[in-house]
Design a protein around this ligand. Structure first.
Ligand code: SF4
Length: 348
């Protein structure tokens, strides 16, 4: 079967042409899927009966099933636990920001990276997501909300740069004017520091924002909480990020999770300030660790987090402490899946 959620308008038109179907049907089909949210070929009544039958026999639109939908009490964050065709589960998050709707998608089922503060990696990597599985996370939110999606972050489960080709193709589709029309400037890829593909992405020449999950200021601490640190030393990662900045001129974001007693001392705040100074206009996003019954880590006190922030800011840097928008619905990556899996285990 031909998966339609992996096809650009050009690809669809070429496909139709090769089957002697008028090219303009490609645009109509895209409109049905991405704007009218009609996924049943029988309901595409603008198409002649023969074309509907041809679509039924040759094509599919593979949308995941929504297992659970959780909404934070303020209504601004919504998280979907989704089941894929092979019964794998992933999650996607919608955040209603003042500038519009932002969707955070997963790029893999599970993750091989093993970061100690992350629930997504607890069962290891199961598989990469397909292009359609990445695109469909955005499509489901657009359908559920009945609203446009303005920005996209690839920051859910998985290391996006390990699923490079599918992530890139998905972003190219999402960018298409006839699909979601989201500018590359409103897309962010978050990486834990997969160095070779940071260079590769830089050379694509697309103005996508890169967010580096830094989380430590020394190799010793980084290796303790992020096993990827054993493959790529901090200097090597920062050099790749610098190359990315030079090629794209995009402001780099550093993600820094604050874990009490691990990486949140005031000395480390100064070290973080020194690192940030080397990246013009960079932004530093401090994230209080989202500990729970599966992750035995704790955030520093509010007072210490504010002092940490003030120290980093004193280096002339833009620093924020991430609003814990999703806390109430367990919206740190992987947590909903873990919580749901647990519930099933208990009920079995
Ligand atoms: S934080 Fe990201 S890279 Fe690290 S284990 Fe979780 S999903 Fe993977």
């Amino acid at each position: 079967m031909i998966e339609l959620l992996e096809k650009s308008l050009d690809e669809l038109q070429n496909l139709f042409e090769s089957y002697e179907i008028p090219k303009f049907r490609g645009k109509q089909l895209i409109d049905y899927i991405y704007h009218r949210h009609i996924f049943d070929f029988q309901e595409m009544t603008q198409f002649p009966k023969e074309l509907r039958q041809w679509l039924i026999e040759h094509c599919s639109i593979s949308l995941p099933t929504v297992v659970t939908e959780s909404v934070a009490p303020d209504g601004k964050t919504k998280k979907l636990l989704l089941q894929l065709a092979d019964s794998s589960r992933i999650e996607a998050v919608l955040m209603k920001q003042h500038y519009g709707n932002s969707v955070c998608v997963s790029s893999q089922v599970g993750c091989a990276m093993g970061c100690v503060f992350c629930a997504s990696t607890q069962g290891g990597l199961f598989r990469d997501l397909t292009v359609a599985e990445i695109v469909s996370q955005v499509l489901l939110f657009a359908q559920l909300e009945g609203e446009d999606i303005h920005s996209l972050v690839v920051m859910g489960a998985g290391e996006p740069l390990q699923n490079y080709d599918n992530v890139l193709k998905a972003l190219q589709l999402i960018h298409e004017p006839t699909v979601f029309n989201i500018s590359y400037r409103k897309m962010t890829i978050s990486t834990c520091g997969w160095v070779p593909n940071i260079y590769k992405l830089a050379d694509e020449g697309l103005p996508i924002t890169l967010a580096l999950s830094l989380h430590a200021t020394t190799n010793e601490v980084r290796r303790t909480i992020m096993p990827v640190g054993a493959y790529h030393a901090l200097d090597e990662v920062l050099e790749a990020v610098h190359y990315y900045y030079e090629r794209t001129q995009r402001r780099v974001t550093f993600e820094y999770i604050l874990i009490d007693g691990v990486n949140a001392s005031f000395k480390e705040a100064h070290q973080l300030g020194e690192i940030g100074k080397k990246f013009p206009n960079c932004h530093i996003n401090l994230i209080p660790v989202n500990g729970n019954e599966h992750i035995d880590l704790y955030k520093p006190s509010n007072e210490n987090m504010n002092t940490f922030k003030d120290i980093v800011s004193s280096y002339g840097l833009s620093v924020t402490i991430r609003k814990e928008m999703g806390d109430a619905i367990q919206a740190a990556c992987g947590q909903l899946k873990v919580a749901h899996g647990r519930k099933e285990e208990i009920h079995e």
